[in-house]
Design a protein around this ligand. Structure first.
Ligand SMILES: Cc1cc2nc3c(=O)[nH]c(=O)nc-3n(C[C@H](O)[C@H](O)[C@H](O)COP(=O)(O)O)c2cc1C
Length: 175
C-alpha cells in the first residue's frame, strides 16, 4: 500500500520485529474486561501479537514495548477510572517515547448517554498528547467501542471489529 511504502513509523527499543499490541484495562465488575478480551480476539484474527492485561499488572515502562496501545475503562462520572488515570499520569515519564504508536480506547458505562464517549475522548486525548495515531471509525462506534454494562451482541461485534481495525492499522504503520 502507498502509505506503507513510504511511511514506517517509530521502532521499538531492542529492535524487535514482531508487531505487538497491548490492551490494558481496569474493570471492577468485569464488563470492561469482557470488552478487552473481545478486542483481543479481533487483534488475534489479524495475526498480530497481543497482551491483554489488567492495569494493576502494567508498569508504565512496559508501554514502550508495544506498537499499539488500547486502553479500556469503565465510565466513572463521565471519565476514566482512577487506576487508568494514574497510569496515564505516570506515563509522563515516557513523554516523547510513545510518539507514532497506534492508540485506541473503549469504555463500559451503565447508561446510554452516561458518559462513555467522554471517557473514551479523555483517554484518546492523553494518547494524542503522546503523539500517538488514534483509530476512529466511520460506521462502527466512532471513537471506540462502547458497551452498556455487560457487552451485548452489538457491543461484541463492535469490540471484535475494533480489534481487527487497530491491528490492521498497527501492521500498516509498524509491521
Ligand atoms: C464510581 C462509579 C462511577 C460511575 N459513573 C458512571 C457514570 O458517570 N455514567 C454511567 O453511565 N455509569 C457509571 N458507572 C457505572 C459503570 O460505568 C458501569 O457499571 C460499568 O459497566 C462498570 O464496568 P466494569 O464492570 O468494567 O467495572 C459508575 C460506576 C461507579 C462504581
Amino acid at each position: 500500500m502507498f502509505i506503507r511504502k513510504f511511511v514506517r513509523l517509530g521502532s521499538r527499543p531492542g529492535g524487535g520485529t514482531t508487531t505487538k499490541i497491548l490492551i490494558c484495562y481496569y474493570s471492577r465488575s468485569g464488563n470492561t474486561k469482557k470488552m478487552a478480551y473481545l478486542i483481543q480476539k479481533g487483534v488475534m484474527e489479524e495475526g498480530v501479537e497481543v497482551d491483554t492485561r489488567d492495569v494493576k499488572d502494567v508498569k508504565v515502562g512496559d508501554l514502550k514495548a508495544y506498537d499499539g496501545i488500547v486502553i479500556g475503562s469503565p465510565t466513572y462520572y463521565g471519565g476514566p477510572a482512577a487506576p487508568i488515570k494514574d497510569l496515564l499520569d505516570k506515563s509522563i515519564k515516557l513523554h516523547g517515547e510513545l510518539q507514532d504508536k497506534v492508540g485506541g480506547a473503549f469504555s463500559s458505562s451503565a447508561n446510554i448517554g452516561g458518559g462513555n464517549e467522554t471517557t473514551i475522548m479523555a483517554l484518546l486525548q492523553a494518547l494524542l498528547i503522546h503523539g500517538m495515531v488514534v483509530c476512529g471509525d466511520s460506521s462502527d462506534d466512532h471513537y471506540g467501542p462502547v458497551s452498556i454494562e455487560k457487552p451485548n451482541r452489538r457491543a461484541e461485534g463492535m469490540c471484535f471489529r475494533y480489534g481487527k481495525r487497530v491491528a490492521r492499522l498497527t501492521k500498516l504503520l509498524h509491521g
